[in-house]
Design a protein around this ligand. Structure first.
Ligand code: SF4
Length: 233
């Protein structure tokens, strides 16, 4: 059994193709730009079995075609590694592509076993320095780097994802680090830049907690275009 926040039957932004997306409940981190603070609490959400998720996934199989499949996102999926491994193992037996969307902040035996049934990882590469990770995420970047090393050893295709936050990481030095990381690791075949958004403000208000980056502006589409041009140059 595992704990989930919600399900999205036909997602198109969390991995290749059309995907069934499972958002698990519970995250040990506290990113100051977190879009889903309602996924933090490990005791909230709904309890569900891997088999039940798998049965739901099967209903959407025809939409997956060659590139789609299942994505497990969060919250932090690595905190429920056994549960996610069970879902992925069932899906893989049926030839359904499995994708893990994670911060890469947990490494243990259960996580390694989960990676053995994972076809792709969407890895958050939130900041270029350990200092920024400690200040804005609540974990060391060293763990995330170690996690990427494991993906490299296991040759798991990986997409690095970064949320572009004006005045925090919207600079070319940070993007250069992202680009050089892709060059260094042969498992990394894609970089995705995501614009910082603030529509989550209402969630923070409802929870009665402060949105730490509330005063930071969102990047313009022109800025995003120039950053994407740089990454793809
Ligand atoms: S890892 Fe994801 S869910 Fe957890 S705090 Fe950061 S952005 Fe939010």
């Amino acid at each position: 059994m595992g704990r989930i926040h919600s399900l999205q039957s036909l997602g198109t932004v969390d991995g290749p193709g059309v995907r069934f997306v499972v958002f698990v409940q519970g995250c040990p981190l506290r990113c100051k730009f977190c879009h889903n603070p309602d996924t933090w609490d490990f005791n909230a959400g709904e309890e569900i079995s891997a088999e039940e998720i798998f049965r739901k996934v099967l209903r959407y199989r025809e939409y997956f075609k060659d590139s789609g499949g299942i994505t497990v996102s969060g919250g932090e999926p690595l905190m429920q590694a056994d549960f996610v491994r069970e879902i992925f193992a069932l899906c893989k037996k049926e030839g359904i592509n499995t994708c893990l969307d994670t911060s890469g902040c947990v490494i243990n035996e259960k996580v390694l076993a989960l990676l053995d049934v994972t076809d792709r990882v969407l890895l958050d590469w939130k900041f270029s320095s350990d200092k920024q990770y400690l200040e804005n995420v609540g974990c060391s970047k060293n763990t995330v780097e170690d996690f990427l090393e494991i993906l490299e050893q296991k040759a798991i295709p990986t997409t690095l994802r970064q949320v572009i936050i004006p005045t925090v990481n919207d600079n070319f030095d940070s993007l250069k680090e992202l680009k050089s990381t892709k060059e260094k690791y042969s498992c990394v075949d894609k970089i995705e830049l995501l614009p910082f958004k603030k529509i989550c403000q209402t969630k923070y208000d409802q929870m009665g907690i402060e949105f730490p980056f509330a005063s930071i502006p969102c990047p313009t589409s022109e800025q995003m275009k120039s950053f994407n041009d740089f990454i793809n140059s």
